[in-house]
Design a protein around this ligand. Structure first.
Ligand SMILES: Cc1cc2nc3c(=O)[nH]c(=O)nc-3n(C[C@H](O)[C@H](O)[C@H](O)COP(=O)(O)OP(=O)(O)OC[C@H]3O[C@@H](n4cnc5c(N)ncnc54)[C@H](O)[C@@H]3O)c2cc1C
Length: 428
């Protein structure tokens, strides 16, 4: 098994080298570690490592980069065959300003700080991005108090560039738009998420982090003041090895709670319940140019930000995501991402009336099924939204374990700030 893992580390590092050719020079140490492990006998079931990050989504990647830049030897494990293949590649790719979240919440704090860090990172690393701005729109007078509340929240969260517009001002900016009032956020934008993640991989590898894909963490147990991890190849979970890290960051997204429940010695009282809400997108077809030049969001709905207009950097117009609560799959299938990601074309019927409230000229038959993402939520329907949860030993008592739960939107925007927080708080 170790031989297999080590071969994979070497192979995958080489693969990343090709993917990130501009950014990465693979370190000789990565190769040495690979060889060192493969040199060990198959019977060597236990391996000491410094830091393990579980999950190579955008948050795990940002954490791995930050920890490796600060001198830690980081091993990143992901059950999938490459980085960012789950929620991190199934979202709106919007850089959020930080308006919606309760003041002093982690979401507010990390979104505002993360946005600053993200724009700076994108500029410095030549990652495509654009501060295109966003309008949150009230389409009837009953929605105006909600817009005022958003303005108030944004101001409390110290979001700059917010301005309340009369309907005619917003419609002058966006002639296809219909609204009675709008909140303009000039700090909101879009980015090329894949390039961002690729760059994080490259920087982490340059700082000697090692990636092992197709590698699933099945469980763990506390022994000798450390959390031991039981790890296997995703396609051969019966043959396992044990890793003994000093620090473990559980950034397993949709699978974070299911995995934490399998850490023997971690009190289940500290593991919040999981709820999943699908959000699907439809793309706009049959128009020569995008109807809007900036992001357009309705007033938020329960569980999501409302079926909004997103543009990507290629000018593709997407509408979504909606909210569809699904049964909790809080077991091993969440590690292996066995969710149904098919977009049901019938859902378009609900999209048309929602979108026409602010875009009345939307033509029949112009919505094509796009893609779908699943929100890792900590509260269910009719419950108030929850904050991000980041727990270390000070909360749950397990040495060297950091659990990240409920990293839904604005997790992409917040990723660099979450990484900064983890490094500042948990590195000794
Ligand atoms: C519909 C939708 C729209 C969104 N829009 C935005 C937006 O516009 N802006 C924004 O800021 N945020 C947005 N978000 C939120 C953002 O996408 C997420 O917060 C972010 O991608 C979470 O990243 P992650 O690394 O925590 O999780 P993931 O990307 O899910 O990565 C977790 C990784 O862990 C791996 N894994 C799981 N279990 C195991 C295991 N046991 N062993 C090994 N590996 C394991 C998985 O294979 C996966 O690769 C949106 C989310 C959704 C669902």
């Amino acid at each position: 098994m170790l031989a297999l893992l080590s071969r994979k580390w070497t192979t995958l590092s080489t693969k990343n080298l090709q993917q990130t050719s501009k950014l990465v020079t693979i370190s000789s140490r990565s190769r040495l570690v690979g060889r060192g492990l493969s040199g060990g006998a198959e019977t060597l079931a236990k391996e000491r490592v410094d830091t393990v990050v579980i999950g190579a989504g955008v948050v795990g990647l940002a954490v791995a980069r930050e920890l490796s830049l600060r001198g830690r030897e980081v091993l990143i494990l992901d059950a999938a065959s490459t980085f960012g293949s789950v929620t991190s590649s199934r979202n709106s790719e919007v850089v959020h300003a930080g308006i919606y979240y309760p003041p002093n919440s982690l979401k507010a704090k990390f979104c505002v700080r993360g946005r600053e860090l993200l724009y700076k990172y994108c500029s410095e690393h030549e990652i495509s991005h654009k501060k295109i701005g966003k309008l949150i729109v009230a389409t009837g007078s009953s929605e105006i108090p909600k817009l005022d509340l958003l303005m108030h929240l944004g101001t409390q969260n110290r979001v700059s560039g917010l301005r309340m517009l009369e309907g005619f001002e917003a419609m002058r900016m966006e002639p296809e738009l219909r609204c009675v009032k709008a909140l303009l956020s000039t700090e909101s934008g879009i980015l090329d998420t894949h390039s961002f993640m690729l760059s994080l991989v490259g920087e982490a590898e340059n700082s000697r982090a090692i990636f092992s894909y197709n590698t699933v963490v099945l469980s763990g147990f506390v022994e000798g003041e450390k959390l031991h991890l039981v790890v296997a190849e995703t396609r051969a979970i019966e043959s396992r090895i044990e890793l003994v890290p000093n620090l473990v960051v559980n950034s397993a997204g949709l699978g974070a709670q299911a995995l934490a429940k399998r850490f023997n010695g971690l009190d289940h009282r500290f593991i919040p319940s999981s709820h999943y809400a699908r959000g699907c997108y439809f793309t706009l077809s049959g128009t020569k140019s995008p109807p809007f030049s900036q992001l357009v969001y309705p007033i938020p709905e329960e569980g999501g930000l409302g079926v909004h207009v997103t543009l990507d950097l290629n000018g593709v117009v997407k509408f979504g995501p909606d909210v569809e609560w699904i049964e909790c799959t809080d077991d091993q299938s969440s590690f292996l991402n066995k969710f149904d990601y098919r977009v049901n074309p019938q859902r378009a019927e609900k999209f048309y009336p929602e979108i026409r409230k602010y875009y009345p000229e939307l033509k029949d038959g112009s919505l094509e099924p796009g893609y779908l993402g699943i929100r890792p939520k900590l509260t269910g329907p009719k419950q108030p939204p929850a904050d991000f949860v980041i727990q270390g030993e000070e909360t749950h008592g397990v040495p060297g374990l950091v659990n990240l739960f409920g990293i839904e939107s604005p997790g992409l925007t917040s990723s660099l700030a979450i990484a900064e927080h983890i490094a500042n708080k948990f590195l000794r």
